[in-house]
Design a protein around this ligand. Structure first.
Ligand code: PBG
Length: 428
């Protein structure tokens, strides 16, 4: 289905360990008759290996040369081919009709697994996944009630273990979300740019352990805001744009300083991409990328995430900065701005309810597109599967494939490790 790439634990080597060596294969592969080879491999293996394994015995045991075989056929003594298989019978009562006359039968291209695989337009691979990770100050991991299977990871050990697991199945990109103690929250969110804060500490730890890990960070004030908003809240409830952008720049620089590869502003303030680009460049971080949350909608599907971080807005909603779910064209305005301001990657969020918007961006920019399969999308599938209403593996892989088909290059998904494990298993 997809290229094995350099995915640790997923490749042919694993198939060999599971099924035996070339030597083992040679022993079990019987050879029948002159030039006719039948292979009964002990388990599914790439065809190339089978051919290699039997090549030697054919040459040694074949009594006739190619010339002799050819001469036989020319003389009219072609060896017998297997009989034409009998036509499978239809159930009794099937109407006897003459076939419809139609030149195009699209089902012809779907009739076998090999044909379906050959014509598959979209693929998914662990290389397309970005794994969101929740971290907290604790030593132990703590389960997240609204996101079964996800945890707030202890920043020192739990985090490292989870990243080990991810890399083992080929997921080498993560994005960090901190659960900040209430005592460190304030109305101006200044903890967001503390160089020794939770996120910078996690980045340094991860980079020390896994230098080639791609680390994305979230740029927004909500985990640090005593109001639970992405920006600074004025007395009358207004979210202050330019003052917030000032804070976000400091936050992005602190993250870059700690070693972040990609900073991702999720706040939806106007002009933040350009301002952050400038701040990063001024601080010497020309090589740090910006993944802009370009079309981020004011969505009910963020509910479980806000429980995970305890970051629910203390009042009101986020509709003055996040986009109206009813709007499509408006995503183009955001796209043009983020592009002009120097974004490297454009994001659509949530993913499944906004596949049309992913396609809109795909058709209107040459930049890579990311899509965020958000907490609510994750919990919905988990809950349906837990209730026995859905086949979880099929639903997850279909949802990810659909997001790719709509035009996303990379997907932020809480299913990243599980989905990568399933994909690796399919390859063997
Ligand atoms: C906050 C932020 C949110 C998410 C990512 N960054 C929540 C929000 O905007 O309220 C949501 C992710 C998810 O639901 O999985 N800046």
């Amino acid at each position: 289905m997809m290229a094995a790439a350099a995915t640790p634990g997923c490749g042919v080597s694993q198939a060999l360990t599971a099924c035996g060596s070339h030597e083992g294969l040679r022993r079990v592969a019987p050879v029948f008759g002159p030039g006719v080879v039948s292979v009964s491999a002990p388990c599914k293996l790439p065809r190339k290996l089978n051919v290699q394994a039997v090549a030697e015995p054919i040459a040694k045991s074949s009594p006739r040369t190619i010339e002799e075989c050819e001469a036989n056929v020319v003389a009219g003594n072609a060896p017998a081919a297997p009989p034409v298989p009998a036509k499978p019978s239809a159930p009794e009562g099937t109407p006897a009709i003459s076939p419809l006359v139609m030149p195009a039968r699209p089902r012809r291209n779907r009739r076998s697994p090999a044909l379906r695989a050959a014509f598959q337009e979209t693929t998914i691979s662990p290389a397309n996944f970005i794994l969101p990770l929740f971290v907290h100050e604790g030593e132990q991991n703590a389960p997240i009630g609204a996101m079964p299977g996800c945890q707030r990871l202890g920043w020192r050990h739990g985090l490292i273990d989870e990243v080990y697991k991810a890399r083992d199945v080929g997921v080498n990109s993560v994005v960090l979300f901190p659960k900040v103690p209430d005592a460190l929250k304030s109305s101006t969110g200044d903890e967001a740019y503390n160089p020794d804060g939770l996120v910078p500490r996690c980045i340094r730890l991860l980079k020390d352990k896994f230098p080639d890990l791609v680390i994305y960070t979230d740029v927004a004030l909500d985990p640090y805001s005593s109001d639970g908003h992405d920006g600074i809240v004025r007395e009358d409830g207004l979210i202050m744009n330019d003052e917030t952008v000032h804070q976000l720049c400091k936050q992005a620089v602190a993250q870059a300083q700690a070693g972040a590869d990609v900073v991702s502003p999720s706040d939806m303030m106007d002009g933040r991409v350009g301002a952050i680009r400038k701040a990063l460049d001024l601080a010497g971080h020309q090589d740090v990328s910006i993944m802009a949350y370009t079309a981020k909608y004011a969505s009910a599907f963020y509910g479980p995430f806000r429980e995970a971080l305890d970051s629910n807005p203390r009042f009101g909603d986020k509709k003055t900065y996040q986009m109206n779910p009813a709007n499509y064209r408006e995503a183009l305005i955001e796209t043009r701005m983020d592009e002009a301001e120097g974004a490297d990657i454009l994001m659509v969020k949530p993913a499944m309810p906004y596949l049309d918007v992913i396609r809109l961006l795909r058709d209107n920019t040459a930049l890579p597109i990311s899509a965020y399969q958000v907490s609510g999308e994750y919990s919905m599938i988990r809950a349906a599967a837990a209730a026995g209403m859905l086949d979880e593996k099929k639903a997850v892989l279909e949802s990810l494939l659909s997001i790719r088909r709509a035009g996303a290059d990379v997907i932020l998904t809480y299913f990243a490790i599980q989905a990568a494990q399933w994909l690796c298993a399919e390859r063997v």
